[in-house]
Design a protein around this ligand. Structure first.
Ligand SMILES: NC(=O)c1ccc[n+]([C@@H]2O[C@H](COP(=O)([O-])OP(=O)(O)OC[C@H]3O[C@@H](n4cnc5c(N)ncnc54)[C@H](OP(=O)(O)O)[C@@H]3O)[C@@H](O)[C@H]2O)c1
Length: 321
């Protein structure tokens, strides 16, 4: 089969071995995948796939079921599905454990469905399973205009959580507000920590979802209120910083580190089961939408990576087959 391969500095569309179907797996004829920031890190050699995962880039896909393993009863040939992958999405065919596959929400195209699995699983897992945000609790999302951020804004709004964002331009913040954020801070113009009193009526945030890491740690801890939770999901500014332990102790703060990709199939299945029950109906009804910046042919994945690296995208960049 054909897949995107990393060839030095370039991404090329070439022949690779097709993945082999196991008894608990689903084989998907891939119609669309999407770019995640992690793909750029994997391509650069900084984020290797977990043991046993395909070395091909790509953490999600949408397509048609071609074949199912002997133990699979939840899907059949011809079903239209999307899937959360540990790797292998930039390819014509994908094999994935059945627990990581979901039906496409009503009315969505393959391109729209490919925008869902990774960012909605990440935002849902970290806001509602790790940080355990309850209705009414305030949420701050850094990189609010990212794929994960635009999913997080919509989930927060849908589940009754006042949500604020940081992003890199006034235009992006305006679009985040249209999606449901109550306000935002432009990271190139001001320090977000200076807006927190105004946004939270001096209470501090209950939950912060942070893909930025080191540069934001001090201000994140300052921005949390009593019993606040910081979930670190990325290290875009660096991986090491000092934790003011007295502040953590006095405000009873929790700092949670979290990655989705390396979790077990069972853990991913539990996340997708919750997404299917609580979020898929909101997508089928149109209350929550896939947010797509651009659709690019998979063979031109290099151009899509350049676009993502430029930090100008709002939501997802989709790669269509
Ligand atoms: N732990 C996990 O399981 C997990 C899963 C999925 C994603 N993630 C992480 O979540 C983040 C978002 O992923 P994505 O694929 O949705 O990203 P994306 O759509 O590519 O958006 C990332 C955005 O982050 C902002 N940014 C870039 N460098 C930054 C910096 N140094 N400081 C502050 N902001 C910066 C830029 O927006 P602005 O210029 O508008 O700020 C950029 O557009 C990534 O860090 C990714 O690694 C983690």
């Amino acid at each position: 089969m054909k897949a995107i391969q990393v060839d030095g500095e370039r991404l090329i569309w070439g022949d690779v071995e097709a993945p082999v179907l196991g008894p608990g797996d689903v084989k998907i004829s891939n119609r669309a995948t999407a770019v995640n920031r992690a793909d750029l890190a994997q391509r650069a050699g900084a984020y290797p796939p977990p043991p046993g995962a395909s070395p091909v880039l790509g953490l999600e896909c949408a397509g048609v079921v071609e074949e199912v393993g002997d133990e699979v009863t939840s899907f059949a040939t011809g079903d239209e599905v999307c899937a959360l992958l540990a790797g292998g999405g930039y390819a014509e065919h994908v094999v994935v454990p059945a627990g990581q596959v979901l039906p496409i929400p009503n009315g969505l195209s393959f391109v729209e469905a490919a925008a869902l699995p990774e960012v909605f699983a990440t935002a849902y897992l970290n806001l509602f399973m790790e940080a355990k945000a309850t209705p009414g609790e305030t949420i701050l999302l850094h990189a609010g205009a990212s794929g994960v951020g635009t999913a997080g804004i919509q989930l927060s709004k849908a589940f009754g959580n006042p949500v604020f964002v940081t992003a890199g331009s006034t235009e992006k913040i305006e679009r985040c507000i249209q999606l449901g954020a109550l306000g935002g801070s432009n990271r190139h113009q001001e320090q977000f920590v200076d807006r927190v009193s105004e946004w939270t009526a001096d209470q501090g945030f209950d939950v912060i979802l942070d893909p930025v890491g080191a540069a934001y740690l001090t201000d994140n801890l300052k921005s949390l209120g009593l019993d606040g939770r910081l979930v670190v999901i990325g290290l875009m500014s660096g991986a090491s910083a000092e934790i003011p332990l007295a502040q953590m102790m006095m405000k009873r703060l929790r700092v949670i580190g979290s990655t989705l990709r390396a979790r077990s199939v069972e853990a991913k299945t539990a996340i997708l089961d919750e997404l299917h029950d609580r979020v898929w109906p909101l997508i089928s009804s149109g209350d929550i939408k896939p947010i797509i910046d651009e659709v690019i042919p998979l063979a031109e994945a290099d151009r899509a990576h350049t676009l993502i690296a430029g930090n100008d995208t709002f939501g997802k960049v989709i790669l269509e087959l």
